[in-house]
Write a protein that binds this ligand. Structure first.
Ligand code: BDP
Length: 719
């Protein structure tokens, strides 16, 4: 009888848990950490987990709780924690925490560095086990996430022999979040940092944020907008910052803040913020010491200075290096760093905007303090759908250069366009700068291999907000994911990363994985085609950056207008950056400069970035430039149509919530792709007076209609 009751109770629990599983909303909150139930328990799946140390640190605790959550979800029950090694145990051991293991049981972890790990199927006391070993607890945590990723992807977990270490040291998200919770260039709701309620209320969401980031190796986060507000440096806010840091710390994530250069005046009442003024230096030193009182492992400062109206050292006739070094001195005793942004272009400077960062920073090479990194956007302009790589990569051998990527899709259709950015970033990272001879890829500069940098890093401008799905859309989660994976290994393949993400996010079924990966892999080029084909750039609407506006030619500054970049006249189109024009091409190493300077060898996809050519210029395929341009727009739309059809074919195989949202978003994308094509063509025709190539549909409206569209409430706007 007792047994019977037990069985009934068990059946009831199963039923309830089954119902519950279905009732759980597929709203995207779980990201890639969904840990879907495995159809088959894999060979060598662990039966228990052993943390081989006496003192379980908060980081190991986080690892254990992730294992418990994941195993409950994937295997049906959480792994038992045990103090004893038994058959098929999962054994966690870090440097300080492997002492309870028998001699010789631990593999050497010398080669994995402070954050790497070893995953090994081995035997301890004659029993088969899986060992996750590292020098540090953070390394174990990363190893645990790797192990769970394999399991969640349906990969084999028997016979593991994996060694992994991150190729970059600083892997950071940069939030562009204001203290009033508005997110500059944010398309996923408000800032998750709930400053007003902090520190009294610490949203549990911060723990999930930390889990997600740690799962992809992110080890730092800059909480505040680069267009910064000094208020965050005041004691009430530092208390809030400390509360966030406390949640992130066990996950190996350090907190950084943006430093407003004029803070000594605004907060300290000083008459100047001159970095060579002793009172200013003393103010920053005291402020920094104070920050470390609140957050003992504070990472350091991220600074946007003398750029787009932000205060900076040049206001006092000082250089970027002098400004950066002053802050670097203040954080140095605490082990902090300064990330100084190279996104600068001067208001007075008549020089081609894409040349200015190089012109300003190359002469400063060697002048920065040891704990300064210069943070360089992937391209010389501003996160456009396609740019050549930034010429600073390879040109500052004495200065650690971080790469800054934009995860939020300010220029690629906000969160409603499906655009997987892994391919964009792979294109940049694998580009050959030729700086130290052939094969000096941007990745090899960023990971320090080319110039032996002491610090290395990657920053991604976050796309995270209060939306339930975090990123504004399910596919935008893939961009957050890909950023982390590439920061860990800048040589990783965008396609492998996409597959991995799809398996954990949608399905392990190979047909579904292939279909969704294929959609992702072509998505970014589709955006380039319908927005800025053939090397065109910066054609978006003013201020909010939503939609096309190639006709704009009269803003406060010429280099904010689309006209500045396309220079279309009746005779031709494109920006001449050869020696006959701005000669920006000369900022690249010899072989690259030669390739891009010549019409014979410049790739089609950068043609109008570097050259001004007539509308009837003959392309390699025999078409005229005009025909080719129009064909690219239409091809972009056709690709979105393919993506829609491919997605539609998955109906019934993806849960309705996510299926429907993606379907609706693709429809928006299709309409907006059409809008980009039509508005652009209407404008080019008003300039070149050319008829449309055969078979191409005319825009349904006249140019005046497209010009009249106005979007004062578009999301994510700047100041
Ligand atoms: C631009 C954004 C602006 C940022 C700026 C930056 O439009 O909101 O402040 O980049 O990176 O792309 O500083």
């Amino acid at each position: 009888m007792k047994n019977f009751i037990k069985r009934v109770a068990a059946a009831f629990c199963l039923l309830v848990s089954g119902l519950f599983q279905h009732a759980v909303a597929e709203d995207g909150y779980e990201l890639w950490l969904r840990y879907e139930r495995l159809d088959q328990v894999p060979k060598a799946a662990p039966h228990s987990v052993v943390a081989a140390c006496s003192d379980v640190s908060p980081t190991l605790d986080a690892a254990l709780s992730e294992i418990s959550r994941a195993s409950a979800s994937m295997l049906g029950q959480p792994l038992k924690q045990s103090g004893k090694i038994s058959r098929n145990a999962l054994v966690l051991a870090s440097g300080a925490c492997g002492t309870s293991l028998p001699d010789g049981a631990l593999p050497t972890v010398d080669q994995v560095g402070p954050e790497g790990y070893v995953l090994q199927s081995t035997r301890i006391n004659g029993k088969p086990v899986t060992l996750i070993a590292a020098q540090s607890d953070a390394g174990v945590l990363y190893g645990v996430f790797d192990y769970l990723r394999r399991m969640s992807s349906g990969d084999a977990v028997a016979d593991l022999d994996v060694t992994s270490r991150p190729k970059t040291k600083l892997r950071l998200l940069n939030h562009w979040d204001n203290l009033d919770r508005h997110v500059e260039r944010g398309y996923s709701g408000q800032s998750i940092w709930d400053w007003h309620r902090l520190p009294g209320y610490v949203d549990p969401r911060y723990t999930d944020y930390a889990r997600a980031n740690a799962s992809i190796g992110i080890n730092g986060t800059s909480l505040t907008n680069v267009n910064s507000d000094a208020t965050v440096l005041t004691p009430p806010y530092l208390e809030k910052v400390a509360a966030i840091a406390n949640v992130l710390r066990p996950y190996g994530i350090k907190v950084y803040l943006t430093a407003r250069f004029s803070a000594p005046m605004e907060l300290g009442g000083l008459p100047t913020a001159d970095p060579l003024d002793p009172a200013v230096q003393a103010w920053w030193q005291a402020k920094t010491d104070e920050i470390y009182d609140y957050v003992p492992d504070f990472g350091g400062f991220l600074v946007k200075a003398n750029s787009e109206g932000q205060p900076g050292p040049q206001d006092y006739g000082r250089s970027h290096a002098e400004g950066a070094n002053m802050l670097a001195r203040a954080v140095a005793p605490h082990g902090g760093v300064v990330m100084w942004r190279a996104f600068v272009y001067s208001a007075e400077e008549p020089e081609d905007r894409v040349k200015q960062a190089y012109t300003e920073f190359v002469p400063l090479d060697g002048q920065f303090a040891d704990n300064v990194l210069v943070q360089v956007k992937n391209g010389p302009l501003d996160f456009q759908p396609r740019e050549p790589f930034h010429p600073l990569f390879g040109a500052m051998p004495e200065t650690p250069l971080m790469i800054e990527l934009q995860i939020t899709k300010e220029y690629l259709g906000f969160s409603t366009h499906l655009a997987y950015l892994g391919t964009l970033w792979e294109e940049v990272l694998s580009a050959d700068t030729h700086a130290e001879g052939e094969g000096t890829t941007v990745a090899s500069v960023v990971d320090g291999e080319a110039h032996d940098y002491a610090y290395t890093g990657m920053a991604g401008v976050s796309n995270i907000g209060t939306d339930r799905n975090w990123a504004g859309s399910i596919f935008d989660q893939a961009n957050w994911y890909a950023f982390g994976r590439l920061a860990w290994n800048p040589d990783a393949s965008a396609e492998d990363i996409a597959r991995e993400w799809v398996k954990q996010t949608f399905s392990r079924k190979p047909e579904i994985v292939n279909e969704i990966t294929a959609i992702m892999m072509k998505s970014r080029e589709a955006v380039v085609d319908y927005m800025t084909p053939l090397g065109l750039t910066h054609l978006m609407g003013t201020g909010h950056h939503y939609g096309p506006a190639p006709w704009v030619d009269d803003l406060g500054r010429a280099d904010w207008t689309p006209y500045y970049y396309h220079k279309a006249t009746r005779d031709g189109i494109g920006f001449d950056r050869t020696e006959n024009g701005s000669d920006a091409v000369d900022q690249y190493a010899g072989p690259i400069a030669q390739e891009w300077a010549s019409l014979d060898t410049v790739p089609d996809n950068l043609l109008l970035w570097f050259h001004h050519v007539p509308w009837d210029y003959e392309m390699r395929d025999g078409s005229t430039l005009w025909q080719s341009l129009v064909a690219h727009y239409s091809r972009g739309i056709a690709t979105v149509e393919e993506m829609q059809a491919e997605w539609a074919s998955l109906k019934g195989q993806i849960d309705p919530e996510r299926f429907n949202q993606v379907t609706d978003y693709l429809k928006i994308q299709h309409e907006e792709a059409q809008w980009w094509r039509d508005a652009s063509i209407a404008y080019w025709q008003s300039i070149n007076d050319l008829p449309l190539p055969e078979g191409e549909a005319p825009p349904p409206h006249d140019l005046e209609y497209y010009k009249s569209l106005s979007f004062p409430n578009a999301p994510g706007q700047g100041e």
